[in-house]
Design a protein around this ligand. Structure first.
Ligand SMILES: Cc1cc2nc3c(=O)[nH]c(=O)nc-3n(C[C@H](O)[C@H](O)[C@H](O)COP(=O)(O)OP(=O)(O)OC[C@H]3O[C@@H](n4cnc5c(N)ncnc54)[C@H](O)[C@@H]3O)c2cc1C
Length: 500
């Protein structure tokens, strides 16, 4: 059932088994998985079914950090059903096995469980996102359907990505439709969670204070509360919930908002010319007769090479460039190579731009705090201080150098690396809008906000979903893992709700 502002009475109170705050992919996937259980679910969403100025303005805040990105808190998020998937590219890929491990050269790295724990949930997430399983139950792995440049070079590995068709269908509307039919689910639109009210010892959330932009206020009491408001708002609501604790709920050890991470992203960090080789496989939608999803590859560094050089995870995507649009240097190289290879038959030159993205190291100084400025409800806005370190910079530069050297060694082309091995971040460095880490998972409450079950340390009925719980972010785009983790949390809550 969907309930919008005009159907709500000021001062009313709702009770539920599970209250989920936020209808992005995290909240929607949990609500969908729980709907089948018959439990009474309330899903609160600050926006409606289309983007509107007033709720969107609630996303404003103060941007800052190593790289200037004015307006980032606004442009990278949407207050609407579906959340930031209104903007997303649909790229899906699980985290790698070594992303879950503690790596001695990456401070604060590692998850409290291995990737295998997520395996069944990754398969379920693939169904929900309408893509193929990356690893089937029998252990077979998803491969690329076409030939690819790789396969001969030990330091490099190939990452396979899939693009979810829910990207075009607008995931939010599609997933909301199935919830609208469920009698045990109430979806409250334009309902903004303002504060979590805890009991005296802060060990339980008693109720949620909820506001509407027309001035109405309601309260929601629930056996369990799940925050699924995105990588920034999850931390902000905890910090703004100061009724019992001056520094915010779940923040006794000053971890909320710390370890904030994104995936540093540099377009055109290098170039590549290939001559006399079969067309490099890029992945095309029309290769799929059932038109479900499409795949594409990226180049990455093998885990043992990452360890040898003390690097983090990294990928380079080969973006094709039309020959006429290729930079003059690349065209000159192609001409020379074509002349040298004139005795061999082969296709014409292929030109690429190398777009790179990498893992960011977990860093307690990279953090979200509260700004002095306030939103329309009088709640303090978020202040973002996204800090990148020399280690993050070295990972990008060294990894690209390894890839460029290897591509050159293959004798089929030449790579140009626009980044030397030392130097500051290039001016066009950005983040891939993947907001991770502000409420990180760790078994030790001094090092994490949530435990391995996604429960806020010390608050028995409060859980967090989304990439804010990632303790390390790998290089894969996060939403596939967000959905898998959400499905795991839904399973956990189903067990908790079962009568003893
Ligand atoms: C340009 C762009 C491209 C991207 N491309 C990809 C990609 O290709 N692949 C990928 O994996 N990821 C991609 N992402 C990231 C992806 O969109 C996010 O990982 C994903 O949307 C996060 O899901 P979420 O549910 O945790 O949070 P969100 O999507 O942010 O959803 C949170 C929801 O909570 C609601 N909310 C917030 N505060 C409150 C409150 N106080 N009360 C009630 N409701 C509230 C919001 O309105 C929103 O609907 C991209 C992001 C951007 C910006």
């Amino acid at each position: 059932m969907i309930i919008d502002t005009q159907q709500v009475e000021n001062g009313s109170h709702i009770s539920a088994d599970v209250a989920i705050v936020g209808a992005g992919p995290a909240g929607l996937s949990i609500a969908r998985a729980l709907a089948e259980s018959g439990a009474r679910i309330v899903l609160l969403e600050s926006g409606g079914t289309r983007v509107e100025d007033a709720p969107q303005e609630l996303n404003s805040g103060v941007d800052g950090g190593t790289i200037a990105r004015p307006g980032h808190l606004q442009t990278s998020r949407r207050r609407v059903v579906g959340g930031a998937t209104q903007l997303w590219g649909g790229w899906c890929r699980p985290l790698d096995e070594h992303d879950f491990r503690v790596r001695s050269w990456v401070p604060h790295s590692g998850w409290p469980f291995a990737k295998a724990i997520l395996a069944p949930y990754y398969r379920h997430a693939a169904e929900m996102l309408e893509i193929e399983a990356f690893e089937r139950a029998d252990g077979t792995k998803l491969a690329l359907p076409g030939p690819y440049i790789l396969g001969k070079s030990e330091p490099l590995v190939q990452h396979v990505y899939q693009v979810s068709p829910t990207k075009d269908a607008r995931l939010g509307k599609r997933w909301l439709a199935s919830l609208a039919r469920a009698e045990n689910v109430q979806v409250l639109l334009h309902a903004t969670a303002l504060e979590l009210e805890a009991n005296e010892s802060s060990s339980l959330v008693k109720q949620l204070d909820v506001g509407y932009l027309d001035g109405k206020r309601i309260t929601v009491a629930s056996k369990h509360v799940v925050l699924a408001m995105g990588g920034i708002e999850n931390a902000r609501l905890l910090l703004n919930s100061q009724g019992r604790e001056a520094t915010g709920l779940g923040n006794r050890h000053d971890v909320v908002g710390r370890y904030y991470m994104e995936h540093p992203w540099i377009k055109a960090a290098g170039g590549l010319v290939i001559v006399g080789a079969p067309p490099v496989y890029q992945g095309f939608e029309d290769e799929y007769h059932d038109n479900r999803s499409w795949r594409f590859p990226a180049l990455a560094i093998a885990p043992e090479v990452q360890e040898r050089f003390e690097l983090m995870n990294f990928r380079a995507r080969l973006e094709p460039i039309a020959p006429a649009a290729a930079p003059p240097l690349q065209r000159a190289i192609a001409k020379t190579l074509t002349r040298l290879k004139s005795t061999r038959s082969g296709a014409g030159p292929q030109f690429f731009q190398l777009d790179v993205s990498s893992e960011q190291s977990p860093n307690p100084e990279s953090r979200l705090t509260l700004a002095d400025s306030k939103d329309a409800f009088g709640k303090r806005q978020a202040r973002l201080n996204w800090r990148l370190t020399d280690f993050d910079n070295r990972t990008v530069r060294k990894s690209l150098a390894i890839i460029a050297r290897e591509l050159g060694r293959w004798q089929i082309g030449r790579a140009q690396n626009a980044l030397d091995e030392h130097g500051p971040w290039p001016l066009h460095t950005s983040g891939a809008c993947h907001h991770m880490g502000g409420t990180r998972m760790h078994a030790d409450p001094k090092q994490g906000v949530v435990d391995p079950d996604c429960r806020v340390h010390g608050v028995a009925n409060l859980f967090i979903a989304g990439s804010s719980v990632f303790p390390t972010g790998g290089v894969a785009n996060p939403t596939f893992t967000i959905v898998a983790l959400g499905l795991r949390l839904a399973d956990y809550l189903k067990r908790e709700l079962k009568p003893a």
